[in-house]
Design a binder for this molecule. Structure first.
Ligand code: NDP
Length: 434
């Protein structure tokens, strides 16, 4: 078992972990409370807290109930079963830092379709009413906050006693190991990949399931679904559909290929995605804004266009890498840099960097349409309240930071070749500006 190369200093880790543990759980609860019980108004929640203080805050913190645990357990078991049992093509992931090549079963799209059809089916046939999920949302989030912590203790112990591959190891610091993770590809048995489960089948899937839940709840309350809700749900579903359509591509990205399975990433996927990512829809349940057909259609088309461009950027990079540069990019032979690097085991390897198409506009152009798409599925809420826009703002900060982190990583991986790319493509995200 190799030693984990520590990319994060202990001090940054302690600070990051302390803030995640002390700020994010209360934020998730307050976000839910404000959306569901305080009309989406930050000032209303603020007044309540000013009046009732800490006791008031404790009063609104939902205790995880048996029904919340049951909903989570059924959902998680269903998704795990689909991941294991549904057929899918054998897909190889990228070569890991230790020189391994993880193998996956690409059945994400099938799992996505089966999940949504089953969810709508059990509602249609009166077996389970998705409104219940909305009615117990606070308890569910509270259970997830607690449960994800316990789950990460399990990951930590597993990383120590039964790592699944040589892509694992301890940094010698228990907090760093727990927070940033010990294993890159933890598995249960040979086939059940834990990160595919947490990131894709639990986290991303919950986004679609909750989007549908919000829509159904509005329908059950008002007897109809407002066009604003329809635009929001459709765009979020198009986005998640795109995700599952391209899931095996996701296995090549930083989340899977570089970030180890620790508290930071698990918390993000198991708690932050279901609560914060879905929050514009959560807001709309009690705010059935009517946009009118024309405006609704404009927003819908703009959102779909952004999601398509984001998808096409990812597709272009992957097709380019898959064909070893022997493909057409915007109708022409691609321009490229052959970048050599050394793996942690000392092996010399080459990678191709695409310098034309979307990847010639800026080094992370794909983040721009990603942010715009989120804006378009939020704007149906109009501008009465700030809180629905929290996700867009959060995403903008996240992706600008990610672009910097990725640049730093690539600079240390590729050295002079990355410098050459930066000279050829000088902007990081927005061409001509940043
Ligand atoms: P990227 O798709 O940006 O991949 C980055 C990696 O690609 C680099 O580390 C490098 O890896 C390789 N690379 C960089 N430049 C080039 C180039 N010119 N040609 C070929 N390969 C290159 O990873 P992300 O994970 O950031 O993004 C993937 C998708 O996920 C995007 O659509 C993004 O918008 C989305 N996303 C969404 C988030 C959300 O919360 N909604 C959060 C993060 C991402 P290598 O070592 O292989 O060279």
């Amino acid at each position: 078992m190799g030693d984990a190369k520590t990319v994060h200093s202990p001090l940054v880790t302690y600070f990051s972990m302390l803030s995640l543990l002390s700020l994010c759980p209360p934020f998730v609860v307050l976000l839910w409370y404000t959306m569901v019980h305080a009309d989406g108004s930050v000032s209303q929640t603020f007044d309540y807290l000013k009046q009732h203080g800490l006791k008031g805050f404790i009063d609104i913190w939902p205790i995880p109930t048996a029904i919340a645990w049951k909903i989570i357990a059924c959902y998680a078991a269903f998704e795990a079963a689909l991941q294991l049992l549904l057929p899918g093509k054998r897909v190889e992931g990228p070569v890991s830092p230790a020189g391994n090549r993880p193998v996956y079963k690409a059945n994400g799209m099938a799992a996505y379709v089966v999940t949504l059809v089953s969810y709508l089916g059990i509602w249609w046939f009166g077996i389970f009413n998705p409104s219940l999920v909305y009615d117990h949302l606070g308890e569910i989030f509270s259970a997830l906050i607690f449960g994800s912590f316990v789950f990460c203790i399990f990951l930590y112990i597993k990383g120590h006693v039964a790592p699944s591959s040589t892509d694992s190891g301890s940094s010698g610091n228990i907090i760093i190991d727990f927070y940033w993770g010990m294993e890159l590809y933890p598995r249960i048995g040979k086939h059940f990949d834990i990160k595919v489960f947490t990131n894709c089948r639990f986290g991303m899937m919950s986004w679609a399931v909750l989007a549908v839940t919000y829509c159904i709840k509005q329908y059950e309350v008002n007897g109809r679904v407002a066009d604003s809700m329809l635009v929001n749900t459709t765009l979020m579903l198009v986005y998640v559909t795109k995700f599952f359509w391209w899931e095996s591509g996701y296995w090549n990205t930083m989340d899977i290929a570089h970030d180890r399975a620790g508290f930071y990433i698990c918390w993000g996927c198991l708690v932050w995605v279901p609560s914060v990512y879905t929050s514009p829809g959560m807001y709309l349940v009690n705010h059935p804004v009517n946009l009118g057909t024309q405006l609704a259609l404009y927003i819908l088309v703009a959102g779909i266009l952004c999601i398509y461009i984001n998808y096409d950027c990812d597709r272009q990079r992957q097709e380019f890498r898959r064909t070893n540069g022997k493909c057409l990019v915007w109708g022409k032979a691609p321009s490229k840099i052959v970048a050599s690097y050394t793996t942690t085991s000392g092996e010399a390897k080459n990678s191709l960097l695409l310098t034309s198409g979307w990847w010639g506009l800026s080094r992370h152009f794909h983040y721009a349409p990603e942010i715009l798409a989120a804006f378009f599925w939020t704007v149906p809420a109009l501008f009465n309240h700030f809180l629905p826009y929290f996700y867009v703002i959060f995403l903008t900060i996240l992706l600008f930071d990610r672009a910097k982190r990725d640049d730093d990583r690539c600079r240390s991986k590729y050295g002079k070749y990355w410098k050459l790319y930066c000279e050829k493509v000088p902007y990081r995200i927005i061409p001509g500006i940043y």
